[in-house]
Design a protein around this ligand. Structure first.
Ligand code: ATP
Ligand code: MG
Length: 399
């Protein structure tokens, strides 16, 4: 979890994205206005309650980050004075869910929002950022993208979906019966009727020339930098404000909850929330799911330790502290341990936490001013002078 967040934070300066913090408690109207009152999140998933003030204001725990960021953007007047902005946020979100693996009532999202950019290069840049994120974690992931059109072409697609939904009425679940009139795009998003949805109309067949050109540029740009993706014409976003590019990133080992990142373009949102007509695009990473995926892929789910320094007996503790201190000063991550336990136990601990090296100091080494440097990945060991340990680790780490 921490690693999942740290990797995302580390990436932000390289893409010129600054942090924003928004409240976890808001009036319910913020979410009704932004997500549209028909979305599942607003309808069923929000934690809401009445305040004890005279008006009995209804407040909600935030189910997602985007509306709060948009509100801050508009209240700060940036939509008119300086519309092109990039923000990231990180924090807990709350939804009524049936808790299960990868699905919680309080969970953590790391999200990025870019305002004032309508061009396809911006969509591509965010997808490249996500690819970068997965690569920096060493996490194998699959990227799926789609275009769901814009106000020019979506009405016809919407109509086709309604028609399809009516034709298959008897096969659809109760939720989908409601979706047909309220938000037919979400027929494609249904977890119960997923199989049936494969026969539904595809948004790509309905794109207007502008939307098609936009999508082509996104794909071409990803191709040119070698970001791998698949086009999934059934992919839509669950919230009502999305336009054009929609995407999801999936990882292995999460069972039904395989989506670790989801996002898309939302060109109508800022205006719908009372701001200027400014385009936007964003995504959110589900940090618990990334942590679970890292665990499933056997990638160390915590801090990466370069070396464990093991003192064999009390006499070697001072020397081991000094060496650990020097290694840290050289920028290495180090854990210190004394083999009050057996050496074997200390080494298996070093292996368990994924350390590449063990630095072993016994009485004999202490007397001679050396250490045993064991490369745990290669199962080799050699003697190194105390002053040379950092350099020897750096040297071996390069191979
Ligand atoms: P799902 O279809 O799994 O319910 P969603 O469409 O509701 O996801 P978004 O609102 O797009 O999800 O949120 C973005 C990401 O946040 C998801 O892809 C997922 O990784 C994570 N996420 C969403 N809901 C939860 C939850 N209840 N518990 C943990 N992570 C979640
Ligand atoms: Mg959901």
């Amino acid at each position: 979890m921490l690693k999942a967040e740290a990797a995302a934070r580390a990436l932000m300066p390289r893409y010129g994205v600054g942090e924003i913090r928004v409240p976890a408690l808001e009036r319910i109207q913020l979410y009704q206005r932004s997500t549209g009152e028909t979305s599942d999140v607003v309808e069923k998933q929000m934690y809401t309650f009445s305040d004890r003030d005279e008006a009995e204001t209804v407040v909600a725990l935030r189910p997602e980050g985007t509306p709060g960021v948009v509100r801050a953007y508009i209240e700060g007047g940036l939509d008119r004075s300086d519309p092109e902005q990039r923000f990231f946020y990180s924090g807990p979100m709350f939804r009524r869910e049936r808790p299960q693996k990868g699905r919680y009532r309080q969970f953590y999202q790391f999200g990025v929002e870019v305002f004032g950019r309508a061009d396809a290069a911006c969509d591509a840049e965010l997808l490249i950022m996500i690819d970068d994120y997965c690569k920096s974690l060493g996490l194998p992931a699959r990227m799926e993208i789609n275009s769901i059109g814009d106000p020019t072409c979506r009405p016809a697609f919407r109509e086709a979906l309604v028609k399809w939904g009516r034709e298959h009425w008897n096969e659809l679940c109760a939720d989908c019966h409601k979706r047909i009139d309220r938000n037919p795009l979400r027929l494609l998003d249904c977890k119960i009727d997923a199989k049936l949805a494969e026969s539904a109309p595809s948004s790509l067949d309905y794109l207007c020339p502008d939307c098609r050109a936009h999508f082509d540029t996104v794909r071409g740009t990803l191709d040119s930098v070698g970001v791998r993706f698949q086009v999934n014409p059934r992919l839509v976003r669950g919230l009502d404000y999305y336009t054009r590019t929609a995407f999801e990133i999936m990882a292995e080992g999460l069972g039904a909850q395989s989506t670790i990142v989801a996002g898309g373009r939302y060109d109508g949102l800022v205006e719908a929330m009372g701001g200027a007509a400014v385009p936007g695009i964003g995504f959110a990473i589900g940090l618990e799911r990334v942590a679970l995926a890292l665990e499933a892929a056997n990638l160390v789910n915590g801090t990466v330790i370069d070396a464990v320094v093991i003192a064999m007996g009390d006499a070697a503790i001072r020397q081991s502290a000094l060496i650990a201190h020097r290694l840290r000063a050289a920028g290495l991550a180090v854990e210190m341990t004394s083999a009050l336990r057996k050496l074997k136990a200390s080494l298996s601990r070093a292996n368990k936490i994924g350390a590449r090296f063990a630095v072993i100091i016994g009485e004999d080494e202490l007397a001679r001013g050396v250490v045993q440097l064991r490369d745990l990945a290669q199962s080799t060991q050699r003697e190194v002078a105390v002053g040379e340990v950092a350099a020897a680790i750096a040297e071996a780490g390069r191979n």
